[in-house]
Design a protein around this ligand. Structure first.
Ligand code: HEM
Ligand SMILES: *[C@@H]1O[C@H](CO)[C@@H](O)[C@H](O)[C@H]1NC(C)=O
Ligand SMILES: *[C@@H]1O[C@H](CO)[C@@H](O)[C@H](O)[C@H]1NC(C)=O
Ligand SMILES: *[C@@H]1O[C@H](CO)[C@@H](O)[C@H](O)[C@H]1NC(C)=O
Ligand SMILES: *[C@@H]1O[C@H](CO)[C@@H](O)[C@H](O)[C@H]1NC(C)=O
Length: 332
């Protein structure tokens, strides 16, 4: 994955920062009058999805990051391509990687049955991400709601902004700072990798050719590396997946304990412990789960406040904007 090119990225960030005040509109219990059961409905569909396929809730939780960092939390990530618009689903970091979009569709269907045209897809992403964490043993918290869905998406912005698994802590600190998120926020939010999986594709370079050295990443625990070498042999199927931490179905601070032990899956994970700027946070979270949970919730709320300030709507179908001929698409 190519590093972000500076120009479009800067433009996007300036837009975000200039309009961050729009987050003032968000508030808890936004749907208490218009759709009082909304949060219960989302939680229930997520619970069923988790029973059906435990990983799906992690996959849905990841949507918040990939939605909010690209022109704000506006549900743009969920839009399918159209003949005139390349959506974000096929952007560099998303293609063959983001999954479980059908869970969001199920949530949307249930909400449209209960209160048609009221709950935005952007808010569904925020509620579902919170529920994924709560359902897997992590903290539960009140989310601010009232987002509108975007009328468009940008594959280019997504490809330029979303970080590669090769990223190091310095790069990630700078990236998150552009979104007003601190190094502590970034480390805590990386703790989302306490649940879910990633592909061999994302770690081949660090197993066999870290930074072009022809050697593996020296920061890896040798036993763990052997395990990953078996899972991801050179020339093997790079779509095979491995667990992001030792307890991939439980949201806990095991992820940080693993980093301290050199058992981080992604380079971007392990570097949080290897590099001095972030090591103390990793160590603290590995020792104190409550502190991790607190920092994580703060980070999720701050990330959820990112808004583009562009005009929006309440989409009827999370995959298409309302002006698009929905009926034709659904019938085909
Ligand atoms: C700090 C920078 C981050 C980087 C570089 C990063 C990168 C990645 C990569 C490369 C994968 C696996 C993709 C694949 O192999 O298909 C992944 C998975 C995941 N990411 Fe991140 N991520 C970051 C931050 C976040 C944040 C902030 C969240 C959510 C708040 C998040 C949630 C997840 C989850 C839950 C998964 C597992 C998804 C699944 O099992 O389907 N990540 N991430
Ligand atoms: C971290 O990543 C950046 C951007 O890819 C790179 O320029 C820098 O040299 C890296 N730092 C270290 C210490 O590897
Ligand atoms: C950045 O975060 C600080 C502290 O959380 C907050 O006071 C400030 O308003 C934020 N700025 C923007 C542009 O979001
Ligand atoms: C390792 O990476 C370097 C630089 O990216 C490349 O020139 C070299 O061919 C790679 N080696 C292998 C064995 O893939
Ligand atoms: C993974 O599978 C997809 C199809 O599902 C394929 O297009 C892609 O090339 C595969 N990627 C890798 C890295 O093997």
């Amino acid at each position: 994955m190519a590093p972000p090119s500076a120009v479009p990225f800067t433009a996007v960030v300036l837009l975000l920062v200039a309009t961050a005040a729009a987050s003032a509109q968000l508030r808890p219990k936004y749907y208490s009058q218009t759709c009082p059961d909304a949060e219960r409905i989302v939680r229930e569909v997520m619970r069923k999805a988790m029973i059906r396929e435990p990983r799906s809730v992690a996959s849905v939780m990841r949507f918040q990051f990939h939605d909010c960092f690209v022109n704000g939390c506006d549900g743009s990530l969920l839009l399918d391509d159209t003949p005139t618009m390349l959506g974000e689903k096929l952007a560099l970091s998303n293609i063959n990687s983001l999954r479980s979009f059908e869970v969001v569709d199920e949530i949307k269907d249930a909400l449209e049955r209960a209160c048609p045209g009221v709950v935005s897809c952007a808010d569904i992403v925020i509620m579902a991400a919170r529920d994924a964490v709560a359902l897997t043993g992590g903290p539960d918290w009140e989310v601010k709601l009232g987002r509108k869905d975007s009328l468009t998406a940008s594959q280019e912005d997504s490809s330029n902004i979303m970080p590669s698994p090769r990223s190091n802590a310095t790069f990630l600190i700078n990236l998150f700072a552009k979104f007003n998120l601190s190094a502590r926020d970034m480390v805590a939010l990386s703790g989302s990798h306490s649940i879910g999986q990633a592909r061999c594709f994302s770690i081949m370079f660090r197993l066999y050719n870290q930074s072009g050295t022809g050697k593996p990443d020296p920061a890896m625990d040798p036993e763990y590396r052997l395990k990953l070498d078996k899972l991801c042999p050179l020339g093997g199927d790079e779509n095979v997946t491995g667990d992001l931490d030792a307890t991939p179905r439980v949201f806990d601070n095991q992820y940080f304990k693993d980093l301290v032990a050199g058992r981080g899956f992604l380079n971007s994970d392990q570097t949080l412990y290897t590099m001095a700027e972030t090591r103390d946070y990793v160590r603290a979270f590995s020792k104190d789960q409550i502190e991790f949970f607190k920092a994580f919730v703060e980070g999720m709320i701050k990330m959820g406040d990112l808004l583009s300030g562009r005009p929006g709507e309440i989409r009827k179908n999370c995959r298409v904007v309302n002006s698009w001929p929905v009926d034709i698409l659904l019938e085909s």
